[in-house]
Ligand binder design. Structure first.
Ligand code: HEM
Length: 533
């Protein structure tokens, strides 16, 4: 009896101590919060979890809601980390500067979520080893950014598009009643293209997709490294889902049972993707070892694999810091980002172009006029890289769709030095969130910002006036290194589609998508017809 009451007293003491500690912590938290330097408008955070309880699962929607309520600069706490959200072009000027003095060199501050996902020591996107990331970017400059890459892309896009046409015909897609998921085909097409351009391999992603839709008609696929392209394409989509999960789900929440299961699944998926790419890297290394240097292709994967070896096919990529060859793990880390970046961004943007243009017949008419003028009236003629440079209106359409409905609506940057932005002082290691869509639709930057008007991007349009008001590819030292390739791919695709086909949307109203850092089109049902006019 005595023991029980002693236990109860102990329990009571512990409870009081816990409550006292908790209250002290809450008091301390709010004293720090209300006396913080450079306070900005924003919702009052809760201790430990900050403002994440009001995250609606879509950072783009959240950013627009918050901008309406708190203006062009506000703060949000993700857990205990303060993040500063910027919504006007002049506020991002320093971040988007191309000067070598730009100290906004990382996407995030030290981030336990991205560490958990294994992204902060590899690749480019979230790599916090600055020298590594800068070095990896050099490979883009020597491969993806070159005019030769653009030329190869135009040529191969036409081969892959012909294959897709073949399957669509066989699928009965030109019949009055057949609907196809345009997004599904685009994801496979762009995956095929980026693999071919960066590794020289063919992987037959369209054939595999066709087989998956048509189990009775198995078309044979030649032997290749990426046999399971369906799994690859789905893993790439999940890879981007995992970015958002690990960015916005704070550590303490990742331990809660249901959420812990999601974390586990996403990690498994990412690990499958990484390991599968790693196997391909190892296989290619084995092939290179058996080959003469002169017989090697100069694709991106071969450049990664041979740099600083006796079979080096790169031209001056290595620098004073990098005298070693690149490890298979580092190469796989780069490749998963390149294949991911090269697949989901362009394929989704093409879907959004089709969706928007379908609502503006006069825009479609003008696209066709330009295509007829530049490419002639033979709708099967070969398209060249030089032709694409003349497609100024098509380029304006791509830009206008991306202004109104950017595929990457929100961007991230962390400072490495103290700085002043919008008259507010921020210490080093401040996390900034750039509301790219908010900037694209800001009335201070654009006339009638909600109006869909591609002409604003023509030479005599208004777009040249506004610095940093258009951030389709981001800007500054981390600006998208795939941008030239992406523009070539999208213009080629527009030419291939609009000169020959009418695409009829099944659902005119809304786009079925979810936010995964990239806005991912989940499905876009369309009917495809031979061009009528
Ligand atoms: C429509 C197509 C595309 C869009 C809208 C797009 C958009 C973007 C944006 C907004 C960023 C962030 C830039 C910044 O932080 O300032 C980015 C980064 C990046 N993109 Fe793209 N991108 C596209 C195509 C591509 C392609 C085709 C590739 C690869 C072949 C690619 C690879 C990358 C990589 C590796 C980064 C990370 C750069 C770094 O962190 O240093 N992107 N992209």
């Amino acid at each position: 009896m005595l023991q029980t009451s002693a236990l109860a007293a102990n329990f009571y003491d512990i409870l009081v101590l816990l409550i006292f500690s908790l209250l002290t912590y809450i008091l301390y938290f709010y004293i720090c919060y209300f006396t913080r330097s450079s306070p900005l408008p924003g919702p009052i955070p809760l201790p430990i979890i900050g403002n994440v309880f009001s995250y609606p699962g879509d950072a783009d929607k959240w950013a627009q809601q918050l901008q309406k309520k708190y203006g062009d600069i506000y703060e949000i706490y993700l857990g205990s980390a303060r993040t500063v959200w910027l919504n006007r072009s002049d506020l991002v000027q320093k971040i988007m500067s191309t000067s070598s003095e730009n100290h906004f060199r990382f996407r995030t501050i030290e981030h336990d979520g991205m560490n958990d996902l294994g992204m902060t020591t590899k690749g480019l996107f979230f790599n916090r080893i600055e020298e590594d990331a800068l070095y990896h970017r050099k490979f883009f400059a020597k491969t993806i950014m070159t005019p030769q890459m653009g030329k190869d892309a135009v040529d191969f896009m036409q081969v892959a598009f012909n294959e897709m046409e073949f399957f669509l015909k066989d699928y009965g897609c030109f019949d009055e009643s057949t609907e196809i998921d345009f997004a599904g085909w685009m994801h496979r097409l762009m995956f095929e293209i980026i693999i071919k351009l960066t590794t020289t391999s063919r992987v037959y992603a369209l054939t595999n997709y066709y087989n998956s839709l048509n189990p009775s008609k198995k078309t044979l696929v030649p032997e290749n490294e990426f046999l399971n392209t369906e799994k690859f394409v789905n893993s790439i989509k999940k890879f981007f889902d995992s970015w958002v999960f690990f960015l916005f789900t704070i550590k303490i929440m990742r331990g809660i049972p249901g959420i812990r299961r999601t974390r586990k699944k996403l990690l498994e998926e990412k690990n499958w993707y990484y390991k599968s790419v790693l196997e391909i890297v190892k296989m290619r290394r084995g092939q290179i070892e058996q080959s003469d240097r002169d017989s090697l292709s100069k694709d991106m994967l071969t450049q990664f694999l041979t740099v600083n070896t006796t079979k080096d096919v790169t031209k001056g990529i290595s620098d004073e810091h990098y005298r070693e060859s690149m490890s298979d793990e580092a190469i796989a880390g780069n490749m998963i980002e390149i294949l991911g970046g090269g697949t989901v961004t362009t394929s989704n943007t093409i879907c959004y172009i089709i969706h928007h243009v379908a609502h503006y017949p006069e825009v479609q008419q003008r696209i066709r006029q330009e295509l007829d003028d530049v490419l002639g009236t033979d709708r099967d003629s070969k398209i060249t890289f030089e032709d694409l440079n003349k497609l100024k209106y098509c380029e304006a359409v791509i830009n206008e769709v991306s202004r109104i409905w950017p595929t990457v609506p929100i961007n991230l940057r962390a400072s490495t030095k103290p700085d002043v932005i919008g008259n507010h002082k921020f210490p080093a290691n401040t996390q900034f969130v750039i509301n790219q869509r908010g900037i694209h639709l800001h009335h201070q930057n654009w006339n009638n910002p909600l109006e869909f008007n591609p002409s604003r991007f023509l030479t005599d349009g208004e777009s040249k006036v506004h610095k940093n008001a258009f951030l389709m590819f981001g800007g500054g030292v981390k600006k998208c290194p795939g941008r030239n390739l992406a523009m070539v791919e999208m213009k080629t695709m527009m030419a291939l589609i609009y000169r020959k086909y009418d695409i009829v949307l099944v659902n005119h109203e809304s786009i079925k998508y979810h936010y995964a850092f990239v806005r991912q089109c989940d499905e876009m049902k369309v009917k495809v017809r031979q061009r009528s006019a």
